[in-house]
Design a protein around this ligand. Structure first.
Ligand SMILES: [Fe+2]
Ligand SMILES: [Fe+2]
Length: 252
């Protein structure tokens, strides 16, 4: 069994509001870390992809759990170099940020769905090849696959227009890899659950704020609600269960 905490879309911008909301969910996660295997963070750590924003995000995420991250569109406004430098400790570079994180009983595979400078997403040729090779090596290992952009329509028009393009190629690839039990993403700023390629597709709420649905009485991202997170449990039989939570206020 694997138990993951999943947060997304921190949008750290140097201000107190976004930082405090991340501190609140991280305090909640850290308090229960003994029962968890890893923290998954599906992108948009920073608001403008600035080095200082990413450094602040990295510090906020450094709790008791190993963190599996991937970039979001806001992290790579001017390219992937800042993300690679801060999050990977590398000199920089524009290669997609793809990584395998082994946990007890399985693996969390994180893919880069960003197109630097653009809001929408795409798994590049290089990333798809890496994913095919990586999953071939993990043929007998239960895998949870994470990325930033949702590959399926969520009926949230603003983010549906900025979804992962070419998702049929991902679906085709997943047909060959039944060990992938579930897909995790962010970007949509709404806690949501749907399906993609016969797998659960689980969307983490944004810590930064909620994007209203068309029938809700609001038209912009709002942080009026408490910051939220998801817990995912992968059973040994490959079944995934998800619980969504809001983080309680921190005591002074
Ligand atoms: Fe976002
Ligand atoms: Fe995003």
């Amino acid at each position: 069994m694997i138990t993951l905490a999943h947060i997304s879309d921190l949008h750290i911008d140097g201000g107190a509001r976004a930082r405090e909301r991340v501190e609140r969910v991280m305090a909640y996660i850290d308090a229960v870390a003994d029962s968890l295997d890893a923290l998954v963070v599906t992108g948009d750590l920073a608001e403008h992809g600035a080095l200082g924003e990413l450094e602040e995000a990295r510090a906020l995420l450094s709790g008791r759990l190993p963190a599996a991250t991937c970039p979001g569109n806001h992290d790579v406004v001017e390219g992937r170099s800042a993300f690679r430098r801060v999050m990977l400790g590398e000199p920089g570079g524009e290669d997609p940020v793809n990584a395998v994180h082994r946990v007890d009983g399985g693996a969390v595979v994180m893919c880069d769905s960003t197109v630097p400078g653009e809001g929408g997403g795409l798994l590049s040729e290089e990333t798809l090849e890496w994913l095919e090779d990586t999953l071939a090596d993990l043929r007998t290992t239960p895998v949870v696959l994470g990325f930033h952009h949702q590959p399926a329509r969520l009926h949230a028009p603003y983010v549906d227009a900025l979804a992962m393009q070419g998702a049929d190629r991902l679906a085709f690839l997943l047909e060959r890899h039944p060990q992938v039990a579930g897909l995790l993403c962010g970007h949509a700023h709404t806690a949501a659950a749907t399906a993609f390629a016969q797998r659960p597709l689980l969307v983490a709420p944004a810590t930064a704020g909620v994007l209203p649905l068309p029938w809700e009485d609001a038209h912009r991202v709002t942080d009026a609600q408490p910051p939220a997170l998801a817990f995912h449990i992968l059973d040994d039989d490959g079944r995934m269960t998800t619980h969504f939570r809001t983080a309680p206020p921190q005591e002074d």
